[in-house]
Design a protein around this ligand. Structure first.
Ligand SMILES: [Zn+2]
Length: 278
């Protein structure tokens, strides 16, 4: 059936990294422990009805505070794509963890889309527990509260189409109000999982990441991602370094910096030993 949906270009900007061990990335640890570094991304969907920035990363100051390796400011990096933060009208926040919402103040003309449930969680009673609250930076959360008083926060409840070819989907569990983003591209629907699966391996082996609010919902969220994507190669995890090798660079000079997720992968899918999917 012909579709009249717009086709967005979809970019992943890698802005930071950290070292880590396999046991850090799976609930229950890992019997074959070894290095398993993490990448940090911001994403941009461009085309159709405009430009949508999806998550805003963290600042250089936050990188110092949390001892992450800061490669580049995700907001300044928009210029690599010919974009300027001041001109962005819509920012989608998958959730309010520090590595997804820092820099929000640099989008002076934007409104921010998130799940109402994420705001309730981030301002709710569980933040008193460091195991949960430390994933948030209180000034980010307060900043979003202030923006809401200015009418600049769109809080959604459940699945929503915010523009033709661009839909938001609850994938609760990692945080109580996490959402994933489905973007229509020239290769069909691409699902930005964000932290619904940090790595390909979390989802492929049904072993959730260690930062968790509700483990059952995290497992169910993998099924949601599967339903939303035409194939497993249309699901993009939130923190997997492999994404930069898997997809073509936006330009030859942007190798390992900006990847094109709307183009077919140029490297094979990873495969994993582990328990069956279901
Ligand atoms: Zn994250």
């Amino acid at each position: 059936m012909p579709t009249s949906l717009p086709e967005y270009e979809l970019y992943a900007i890698r802005y930071a990294t950290r070292e880590g061990l396999r046991r850090d990335n799976f609930i229950g640890g890992d019997p074959h422990d070894g290095p398993m570094p993490m990448a940090y991304y911001s994403w941009v969907a461009s085309g159709g009805s405009g430009v949508y920035v999806i998550d805003t990363g963290f600042t250089a100051e936050m990188a110092r505070e949390r001892k992450r390796t800061f490669l580049r400011c995700p907001v300044d990096s928009l210029t690599l794509l010919g974009l300027e933060a001041a001109a962005v009208r819509d920012v989608i926040l998958t959730h309010l963890h520090y590595d997804h919402v820092g820099n929000f103040h640099k989008f002076a003309g934007a409104r921010f889309h998130l799940q109402e449930r994420e705001m309730a969680y981030a301002t709710g009673k569980y933040m008193r527990y460091p195991r949960i609250g430390l994933s948030y930076h209180v000034e980010d959360v307060v900043g979003l509260v202030r923006l809401n008083f200015k009418g600049r926060v769109e809080m959604h409840s459940g699945v929503v189409e915010i523009a033709p070819g661009l839909t938001l989907h609850p994938t609760y569990g990692h945080s109580d109000g996490l959402q994933s983003v489905r973007v229509h591209t020239r290769r069909g629907w691409v699902v930005l999982a964000s932290d619904a699966t940090h790595y390909y391996e979390n989802m492929a082996t049904n072993r959730p990441f260690t930062t968790a609010f509700h483990i059952g919902q995290m497992l169910d969220a993998y099924r949601t991602l599967e339903r939303l994507a035409p194939t497993s190669r249309h699901i993009v995890p939130g923190h997997d370094p492999y994404v930069m090798q898997e997809y073509p660079a936006a330009k030859p000079t942007l190798q390992n910096v900006v990847a094109r997720l709307d183009l077919d992968p140029i490297a094979p899918a990873l495969s994993f030993a582990g328990p069956a999917r279901h």
